[in-house]
Design a protein around this ligand. Structure first.
Ligand code: AMP
Ligand code: GLY
Length: 420
C-alpha cells in the first residue's frame, strides 16, 4: 500500500519513520516534508493546506492511506473531501475536528455532556466580556478559532484580563480567531495530556507522554509549541489513565457520536490534574508535537493496521504493544525562537548524534540546500532516545544533542527532569 503523510514537522518525521517499518507499506510520500522525512519517504512539494492538489496527488499515485499530521487541513475538511472521492484517510471530519477548531464548540459539548472542564462563558461582544472579567478572580482568556497554540492568555487579575480581551477582540492579535472569546476559570494543578486512537465509537489510549511547553529550563519564559517530551509520564498512573478514559475520552467519543459527528483519528486531551480530579484544558484533533516523537520510538505495534481500524470502526479489541522502557525527546531550536529567528543556518553533527545507540534524530524545521542540511523553522530537530528508564534516556538524548551544532542553537537542559 502507498501512504501519504501530510505535514512537515517533527511529528510527521516520526510518523513517517514509524510507518516505514510497516510490512504493509510500499511507498511513502510526505507533503511537504523536511530534510528528515526525505530519508524515509519521498517529499512532495505540496503544502499541507493545499487540499485540491493533495487530493489529485492521492488519486494519481494510488494512495491507500493518507495520514494527516497538523490541525489546519483537518479543520478545513480534508477528511471529508478525500472520503467523498473514496480515499481512505486517518483523521476526524471537519465537524469532528471542531473539537480543536472551536473552543466554544468544545466547551459547549463538554458542558452538555458533563465532561469535566473549567467553568466558562463565551462572548462575541468585547464590552460584555470586559464587564464579566471585572467580577472574576484569575481567568484565562482564549480566542475562539485556531491561533497556532498562541491565542490563550493567562490573567492574574481583572486588569490583565481587560488587556487580554482588548488584544484578542479589538486589536485582533490572532486575526479572525478573535471574533469570539472563551473566558474560563484559571485551574491550578499539574498539566498532562492523554492521546487516544478513536474509531467513532471507542477510544484506545496511547501511553502517557508529557510535553515541556515553556521555552526555558524550570518551565520559565514564554510558551512554545513544545521544547521536549518524554514517555511514559510517571504522573500517569494506571488508575489516572482509567479515570481519564472513563470520565473524559469515552464520554467525548460517545457525545460526538450522538451529535452526528463521530470522532475518528487521534483525540488529544490536554488536562489539568486538579485537587478535584482531571479537567479538560483543551482538545486537539491530532497527535502532539513533540509528544509523537517519544511515543513512536516506544510503540512496538504496527501503526498502519491501528489507523485502518480507526477508519473501519474496528478498534474495539485492538491492543497496542509498547517498549517497557522510556523515551525522551529534546527539541533543538533556532536562536530567538519562539520569537523571530533566522533561517538557513548549516547544521553539523546529525550523523554523529544518530550513531549514539538508541538515538533517532527527528527533523522538524530543516531543509536540504546545496548538499547540506540547514535550519528552516523555529523548532529544528527532536533528538529522541530510547533506553530502559528515563534517567538513561535523558543521558543518551543529551549526549547526542551535544554532537549537533548550528549558529544560535538553543534547547532546554531539563527535559524529563520535572519533579514528580
Ligand atoms: P489551550 O490551548 O487551551 O490548551 O491553552 C494553552 C495553555 O494555557 C494550556 O496548555 C495551559 O497551560 C494554559 N491554560 C489554558 N486554559 C487554562 C485554564 N483554564 N487554567 C489554567 N491554565 C490554562
Ligand atoms: N505539544 C503540544 C501540541 O502539540 O499541541
Amino acid at each position: 500500500m502507498n501512504i501519504l503523510i501530510i505535514g512537515g514537522g517533527g511529528r510527521e518525521h516520526a510518523l513517517a519513520w514509524k510507518i516505514a517499518q510497516s510490512p504493509k507499506v510500499d511507498r511513502i510520500y510526505c507533503a511537504p516534508g523536511n530534510a528528515g522525512t526525505a530519508t524515509v519517504a519521498e517529499n512532495i512539494d505540496i503544502g499541507a493546506e493545499d487540499i485540491d492538489r493533495l487530493l489529485d496527488f492521492a488519486r494519481v499515485e494510488d494512495i491507500g492511506l493518507t495520514v494527516v499530521g497538523p490541525e489546519a487541513p483537518l479543520v478545513a475538511g480534508i477528511v471529508d473531501r478525500f472520503e467523498e472521492h473514496g480515499l481512505r484517510i486517518f483523521g476526524p471530519s471537519a465537524l469532528a475536528a471542531k473539537l480543536e477548531g472551536s473552543k466554544v464548540f468544545s466547551k459547549n459539548l463538554m458542558q452538555k455532556y458533563g465532561i469535566p472542564t473549567a467553568e466558562f462563558r463565551s462572548f462575541t461582544d468585547a464590552d460584555h466580556a470586559i464587564r464579566y472579567v471585572e467580577e472574576r478572580g484569575p481567568v484565562v482568556v482564549k480566542a475562539d478559532g485556531l491561533a497556532a497554540g498562541k491565542g490563550v492568555i493567562l490573567c492574574e487579575n481583572a486588569k490583565e484580563a481587560r488587556a487580554a480581551v482588548q488584544k484578542i477582540m479589538q486589536d485582533r492579535a490572532f486575526g479572525d480567531a478573535g471574533g469570539r472569546v472563551v473566558i474560563e476559570e484559571w485551574m491550578r494543578g499539574r498539566e498532562v495530556s492523554l492521546l487516544a486512537l478513536c474509531d467513532g465509537k471507542t477510544a484506545l489510549p496511547l501511553e502517557g507522554a508529557e510535553d515541556h511547553k515553556a521555552v526555558y529550563d524550570g518551565d520559565t519564559g514564554p510558551n512554545t509549541g513544545g521544547m521536549g517530551a518524554y514517555s511514559p509520564a510517571p504522573i500517569f498512573t494506571d488508575a489516572l489513565r482509567e479515570q481519564v478514559l472513563n470520565e473524559i475520552m469515552l464520554p467525548t467519543v460517545r457525545a460526538m457520536e450522538q451529535e452526528g459527528a463521530p470522532y475518528k483519528g487521534i483525540l488529544y486531551a490536554g488536562l489539568m490534574i486538579t485537587d478535584a480530579g482531571p479537567r479538560v484544558l483543551e482538545f486537539n484533533a491530532r497527535m502532539g508535537d513533540p509528544e509523537t516523537q517519544p511515543l513512536m520510538v516506544r510503540m512496538r505495534s504496527d501503526l498502519v493496521p491501528l489507523m485502518e481500524a480507526c477508519i473501519d470502526g474496528t478498534l474495539d479489541g485492538c491492543e497496542i504493544g509498547w517498549d517497557p522502557g522510556a523515551s525522551v525527546c529534546v527539541v533543538m531550536a533556532s536562536g530567538g525562537y519562539p520569537d523571530s529567528y533566522e533561517k538557513g543556518k548549516p547544521i553539523t553533527g546529525i550523523e554523529n548524534a544518530q550513531a549514539v545507540e538508541g538515538v533517532t534524530v527527528f527533523h522538524a524545521g530543516t531543509k536540504r540546500q546545496d548538499g547540506q542540511v540547514v535550519t528552516s523553522g523555529g523548532r529544528v530537530l527532536g533528538v529522541t532516545a530510547l533506553a530502559p528508564d528515563v534517567p538513561s534516556a535523558i543521558e543518551k538524548a543529551y549526549s547526542a544533542v551535544e554532537k549537533i551544532h548550528w549558529e544560535g542553537v538553543h534547547f532546554r537542559r531539563d527535559i524529563g527532569r520535572r519533579p514528580q
